[in-house]
Write a protein that binds this ligand. Structure first.
Ligand SMILES: Cc1cc2nc3c(=O)[nH]c(=O)nc-3n(C[C@H](O)[C@H](O)[C@H](O)COP(=O)(O)OP(=O)(O)OC[C@H]3O[C@@H](n4cnc5c(N)ncnc54)[C@H](O)[C@@H]3O)c2cc1C
Length: 510
């Protein structure tokens, strides 16, 4: 008996959030789907690991776009619609900003957040609230337009704020509100969740980020991000999807300009009408298409025209006391020597020490995520891979430990606790760890950088032109909606929708 079927409707490369979202949506429409995952478990970056007998969250700080039961936002709603039930927990605050001259904890809710900024920078309430309301209006337009595309003229009438701000950077729009620098600094910390300095970050992306996180608050799954991956995989299998682990796809087979199957590292050739790839286009076009001559010149121009976004450097510390005992009060601390995002972005080109850190104490949202009497602290910088690529193999261990040491020292000073003296386990994750684990291009976790000429709106406009190999779609942080776990789910859905639309169009033209 053959292990694989003779033919599938769709093969999905990669069983992480994006790939599993594609699989769920296609299976929901009755399609025959095979998911091939190179690891022995699903999830990609949405995963955990075990040290000292404790399961530790590998990546997730907080999920956007979940919403409340009965009023779910788009990611929460998709998972529920697919029958994926996650035990969501509230993140208690937006963030604690620890910046030069600033120590303040801010909470979700547009009005509450504005009041809290006003308490720090008196006289700013109205302006901050108006800015956040503008973000919310743009966010609502983006949500509607991503489902119901419309003509430019109609868009201008119905979505004026969205159209008016679309051509400007976050900084340019914020400047029109004439806020004191301290208030601007208080509005800036989330920039790291999209990875572009405010001077080049399109306002539309900033608006979506602020409206979602500050307007609705964020969540974490009780059983860590792996709860999402495991439950999505389980549900997909229950819906008839075949998922095979430890199957690395080496080649995507192309004939007459159209993908028709894959070859795995084990040598299996498997056939399908469509292929969806979680691997980056850079990797697919440079080494995965067979024959290589099937890749048109235009494909290289397209990937060369995009900039790879950030990777990650994290130190995880399993600590021998509770957060309360150690005096750690905030779930999410953004600790910056500066809030000049251009300066931080330049610093992130290096291997450290990093001048902007995020410290998450997961127990403050998820009290039972570690054994009683302990807590887990993860300290993250999101450097670009450039600096790490220069490190020679023989220097790697030293550089990694030096950067980890300064990272822990910075946060020890901040918390007033010798964190290393309390550490039961210390784990260091670098861009190389990410690259080895997911196989992602340059250890990237955020896909391509959003910039003024390449972000969700521009990508939606050029999507058709970018389909250089027929019946091949891309699904992952590197696709239209960009970085993060929520957007990965949205990207997975979009890839599946493209496949379903093409299927329907081809069927109709027969
Ligand atoms: C430290 C850290 C913190 C983060 N914090 C947050 C956060 O708080 N909130 C948030 O929303 N996001 C966060 N992210 C980003 C988020 O994890 C990613 O953007 C998202 O998980 C990407 O999902 P994906 O499905 O696109 O890809 P990945 O998770 O990278 O998965 C790709 C999958 O494809 C598989 N694969 C690749 N190539 C092949 C092949 N050839 N054959 C078979 N399988 C293949 C890989 O094994 C992997 O399973 C964080 C990331 C890091 C590293």
């Amino acid at each position: 008996m053959k292990f694989y079927k003779d033919h599938y409707d769709v093969i999905v490369i990669g069983g992480a959030l994006a790939g599993l979202s594609s699989a769920l949506m296609l299976a929901n429409k009755g399609k025959d789907v095979l998911v091939l995952e190179r690891h022995n478990l699903p999830g990609g970056l949405a995963t955990s690991f075990v040290r000292g007998g404790v399961e530790i969250e590998a990546t997730l700080h907080e999920m956007m776009s979940i919403g409340e039961k009965g009023n779910r936002l788009k990611v929460g709603k998709f998972l529920e619609d697919m029958g994926v039930e996650i035990d969501w927990l509230d993140v208690p605050e937006a963030y604690h900003a620890s910046l030069p001259g600033i120590e303040v904890t801010l909470h979700p809710g547009l009005e509450r957040f504005s009041r809290e900024v006003d308490a720090e920078v008196p006289g700013t309430y109205d302006k901050v609230l108006r800015l956040l309301q503008l973000c919310n209006t743009v966010y609502e337009s983006v949500n509607e337009l991503s489902i119901h595309p419309m003509s430019k003229a109609k868009m201008l009438m119905k979505h004026e704020a969205f159209v008016k701000t679309a051509g400007y950077s976050a900084l340019e729009v914020i400047e029109t509100f004439d806020l004191p620098q301290k208030a601007v600094d208080l509005l800036s910390p989330y920039w790291i969740y999209v990875g572009n300095p405010l001077s080049t970050l399109p306002f539309t992306i900033f608006a979506v980020l602020m409206a979602d996180y500050i307007g609705y608050g964020s969540k974490v799954p009780k059983k860590l991000s792996h709860e999402m991956s495991l439950k999505m995989a389980e549900r997909a299998e229950a819906m008839g999807v075949q998922i095979e682990y430890r199957q690395q796809v080496e080649k995507i087979l192309v004939r007459d300009g159209k993908a028709y199957g894959v070859r795995t590292a084990r040598g299996d050739e498997i056939f399908a009408d469509y292929v969806i790839s979680s691997a980056y286009p850079n990797k697919v076009y440079t080494s995965m298409i067979e024959p290589a001559s099937a890749v048109p010149e235009k494909a290289f121009k397209l990937v060369n025209g995009r900039k790879i976004s950030l990777s990650a450097f994290t130190v995880f510390l399993l600590l021998d006391q509770t957060a309360e005992q150690l005096g750690i009060r905030d779930f999410n601390v953004f600790r910056g020597e500066t809030m000049d995002t251009d300066e931080i972005f330049r610093n992130y080109l290096t291997t450290g020490p990093y001048n902007y850190l995020t410290a998450i104490t997961l127990n403050l949202a998820n009290p039972t995520c570690t054994p009683e009497g302990t807590c887990i602290l993860s300290i993250t910088a999101l450097p670009r891979v450039d600096g790490w690529k220069q490190v020679r193999a023989e220097d790697y261990d030293r550089v990694k430990h030096e950067t980890a040491k300064t990272t822990v020292e910075t946060m020890s000073r901040y918390f007033g606790v010798d964190l290393l003296a309390h550490a039961l386990e210390v784990i260091i994750e670098t861009p190389m760890t990410v690259s080895h684990y997911t196989g992602m291009w340059n250890g990237c976790v955020y896909g391509y950088m959003h910039c003024m000429d390449d972000h969700i709106i521009a990508r939606l406009q050029t999507a058709e032109e970018e389909r250089v190999i027929e019946h091949l779609e891309f699904s992952g942080a590197h696709s239209i909606s960009g970085n993060g776990m929520g957007p990965a789910v949205t990207n997975g859905r979009k890839a599946a929708k493209n496949v379903l639309d093409t299927m329907a169009a081809e069927e109709a033209s027969k």
